[in-house]
Design a protein around this ligand. Structure first.
Ligand SMILES: C[S@@+](CC[C@H](N)C(=O)[O-])C[C@H]1O[C@@H](n2cnc3c(N)ncnc32)[C@H](O)[C@@H]1O
Length: 274
């Protein structure tokens, strides 16, 4: 289970160091998410679990009249956001817990998140809070992974680790795959006061490596980011050698003209404040 503690510590630090690679891996999904978020006009946008800021920055660039705030638990990630925001004057970043944060003059009519809302300990409470700070008829638009089995790359890499070294994801505990089940997410959002809930399935190329050293890049990547990262850090030298051999074989087989783009499956979920 990915807990708050992880984002405040090692996992947050790794994402802060590797943001160019995570942004690259999400590239195609980001375009789809931004298109969905921009379907209706908005004046104030909140990017929940903004990570290194890619979505908040893109929205601020594309909507010069909108005021955009990105919020994340990790101070390391917020430092990256601030460095990246440069000359943009309509975006700011806050280190804090989105399930509790509010500001007096900020009632977002767009709440957006790229894979940042699956980690709340109390998802109904968090989404109710977000509904509470949103403007009347404010929209929520977020992406999240569909199931482990639809994300064959995650299932395959997990299976390369020694049995028992990974914690099987408890379906609904906070973590990257906890919003895979559509009925579950719909129930959470309804209970929290959101209506007009819709789910757009998006299959996208999850780019793990590119260029002449694509395979080596992807091997590095999966040891740091994603569902196998934590377990792979704890392997014995023999286990590691076996894991890396299997990983190299799989990634080499998926190297297409110097690009390793694994098929990934996400939802883009939209809802309106009731
Ligand atoms: C999978 S990462 C995605 C980051 C970013 N949205 C992106 O797409 O690169 C999840 C992010 O959510 C943040 N997060 C998790 N729970 C949060 C909370 N309660 N409040 C604010 N941020 C949170 C984490 O710190 C982490 O940066």
């Amino acid at each position: 289970m990915t807990s708050t503690f992880d984002w405040l510590g090692r996992v947050g630090e790794t994402w802060a160091a590797e943001w160019q690679l995570t942004d690259r891996s999400f590239g195609f999904l980001t375009d789809q998410l931004l298109a969905k978020a921009s379907e209706r006009p908005f004046l104030q946008a909140l990017d929940v679990g903004c990570g290194a800021g890619e979505v908040a920055l893109a929205i601020a660039r594309g909507h010069a009249r909108a005021e955009v705030i990105g919020i994340d638990l990790s101070d390391k990630l917020i430092a990256v956001c601030e460095e990246r925001s440069g000359y943009l004057s309509n975006v700011s970043f806050i280190q804090g817990d989105a399930s509790k944060w509010s500001a007096p003059s900020f009632a977002p009519d767009l709440i957006v998140s790229r894979h940042g809302v699956m980690f709340f300990d109390d998802p109904v409470g968090a989404f109710r809070h977000l509904a509470g700070i949103a403007a009347p008829h404010g929209r929520l638009v977020f992406s999240c992974f569909r199931s482990f089995s639809e994300n064959a790359w995650a299932e395959r890499i997990d299976a390369m680790l020694p049995p028992g070294s990974t914690v099987p994801p408890d379906q609904f505990s906070p973590g990257p795959f906890s919003f895979a089940d559509r009925a579950h997410v719909e129930g959470l959002l309804r209970d929290a006061g959101w209506t007009d809930i819709s789910f757009l399935p998006v299959d996208y190329p999850y780019v793990a490596g590119a260029g002449p050293d694509a395979v080596d890049q992807a091997i590095e990547y999966f040891q740091k980011i994603g569902p196998a990262a934590r377990a792979s850090a704890k392997l014995t030298p023999e286990e590691r050698a076996l894991f890396l051999r299997r990983l190299r074989q799989y990634l080499t087989a998926n190297n297409d003209d110097d690009i390793i783009a694994l098929r990934a499956a996400a939802w883009i979920v939209s809802a309106t404040r009731g």
